[in-house]
Ligand binder design. Structure first.
Ligand SMILES: [Zn+2]
Ligand SMILES: [Zn+2]
Length: 393
């Protein structure tokens, strides 16, 4: 019998909505493309599960830190009909957690890229490398995608198995961070920053130094976007965030001005009007939607965009947003949908930036929990006051 470890496991019932017909593939694999249309009554349980066995190209990672993010919350929360809020790819039961760092504990016989003792972070998008999207470099659109913490066991356990190709070394963090704790906490913040980096700089092609950037929603990805905008030379960074603690963190990581959009509206000013005023009527060069509320944000953003401006939609929502295309034509605007962070040098880019000391979001961690306390952490997070809580296995 293999030795056991403690883990926080998401369970839910396979019960497709009356309005949704799962595909044959979904039924066969129980991997729902739209979790919010299939998975019912989610619960998170603390369990003893076996320490995974690795195959020749896999490694075993001893986990040191794992962030809980908005997506984890959306896996745990349900709507009024009892369905998981998260709209993406999910297969249950699954160990939660996809923002993690740790130490290589064991390597398979054919592993060449990492060795025992290396400090690593791990990619969440487990692309296959064989399908047509992968073969054309579109790893985030892999048709056989598996996702750590969503379809395969993730970071809320003590030991995790993963293919070597999804591990990146962070040994050089020893030079910038003063303690092991800090090194691994910093490592656990790489994944959400990679999501922001992929959207802003790979999908949308970035912005010129001096540009103005508005970040909507400063949860961990939004805070990553603020920090990256700063590191990349934005001239002005605005953020919208109704929660005071997160608003303060946005200032801490580089936002020049932070507004509560609803308080603004209450006082008679729309966020778009504020942004026009602050940019002298020019509008914003890049908007980053990181709140998961495009139906509110898109109509606001498109009214205050600089000529040639870009909207990067990162937040997830199973809901349509109205778009006024006339504005896109007249002002030469572009909206970019983005998901994931695989390929295109995203991971090494963020790791090198953090290792340079010019991008440090570690102050956004405001709560630390053990694995048995994960259900408690999720309960506490429902208030969304904390920015980032981290599980220490
Ligand atoms: Zn996440
Ligand atoms: Zn693929």
């Amino acid at each position: 019998m293999s030795p056991k470890q403690v883990a926080a496991v998401l369970h839910a019932d396979w019960k497709p909505r009356a309005t949704y017909n799962p595909t044959d593939e979904e039924v066969k694999t129980r991997r729902a493309t739209y979790a919010s249309r299939v998975w019912h009554k989610p619960t998170v349980q603390v369990e003893d599960i076996p320490i995974p066995e690795i195959t020749s190209k896999e490694v075993l990672v001893r986990l040191k830190a794992c962030g809980i993010c908005g997506s984890d919350m959306h896996l745990y929360e349900s709507d009024k009909d009892g369905y998981i809020l998260y709209p993406g790819l999910v297969k249950t039961p699954v160990v939660l957690g996809h923002e993690l760092s740790g130490i290589i504990e064991k390597v398979g016989s054919e592993v060449t890229t990492v060795k025992v003792g290396d400090y690593v972070v791990c990619e969440e998008m487990w692309y296959c490398n064989e399908c047509d999207p992968c073969r054309t470099g579109n790893f985030n659109q892999c048709v056989n995608l598996m996702e750590m913490g969503f379809t395969d066991d993730g970071g809320c356990q003590q030991y995790m198995k993963i293919h070597q190709k999804f591990c990146w070394k962070i040994n050089e963090f020893k030079k910038v961070f003063s303690s092991e704790d800090k090194i691994f906490e910093a490592g656990s913040l790489i994944e959400p920053a990679c999501v922001a980096y992929n959207g802003m700089f790979i999908r949308a092609g970035g912005f010129k130094p001096g540009s103005s950037v508005a970040v909507w929603g400063t949860g961990p990805i939004g805070l990553g976007a603020v920090g990256l905008a700063k590191a990349a030379g934005a001239g002005k960074i605005f953020a919208f965030e109704p929660r005071p603690k997160r608003a303060q963190l946005a200032r801490d990581v580089g936002a020049d001005e932070v507004f509560d959009p609803f308080a603004l509206q209450k006082a008679g000013t729309d966020p778009w009007q504020k942004l026009l005023e602050l940019t002298g009527g020019e509008g914003v060069d890049m908007h980053v939607e990181a709140a998961g509320d495009p139906s509110f944000i898109m109509p606001q953003a498109e009214k205050c965009m600089a000529i040639g401006g870009k909207i990067v939609d990162i937040g997830r929502a199973d809901k349509a947003a109205p778009v006024f295309f006339e504005m896109y034509q007249v002002r030469a605007l572009q909206a970019y949908g983005t998901q994931g962070h695989a390929g295109a040098g995203v991971w090494p880019g963020v790791i090198k930036l953090m290792a340079s000391g010019r991008f440090d979001t570690t102050k956004i961690i405001t709560g630390r929990y053990s694995i048995p306390d994960v259900p408690k952490a999720l309960e506490k997070l429902l208030s969304r006051e904390d920015a980032k809580v981290t599980v220490k296995p």
